[in-house]
Design a protein around this ligand. Structure first.
Ligand SMILES: [Zn+2]
Length: 84
């Protein structure tokens, strides 16, 4: 069982924050720190990575929706080259 409602809530929140431009000046170090924090939230709240990071958010944050690694080769479906 995974926390789908929590996953979609996080997805909604992050999508709105992206829309409002909250992350537009985020550098690579900040991006990685943010991902570490959000990955802990996802793990401890039994959320689903692929539901939190849809194909759009995966590209914004450079995170693979499958392996959760920071990658610069995220494709249009939100997966890194290895996982695609
Ligand atoms: Zn991957």
């Amino acid at each position: 069982m995974s926390n789908h409602a929590g996953s979609y809530m996080l997805n909604d929140l992050l999508s709105k924050m992206v829309e409002f431009g909250y992350f537009k000046d985020m550098n690579e170090v900040e991006n990685k720190k943010f991902l570490t924090m959000i990955n802990k939230l996802i793990f401890y709240n039994d959320c689903n990575l692929g539901e939190v990071f849809d194909e759009k958010l995966a590209k914004v944050f450079n995170i693979c929706r499958y392996c959760s690694k920071y990658r610069l080769d995220i494709n249009d479906e939100g997966y890194c080259k290895e996982c695609a």
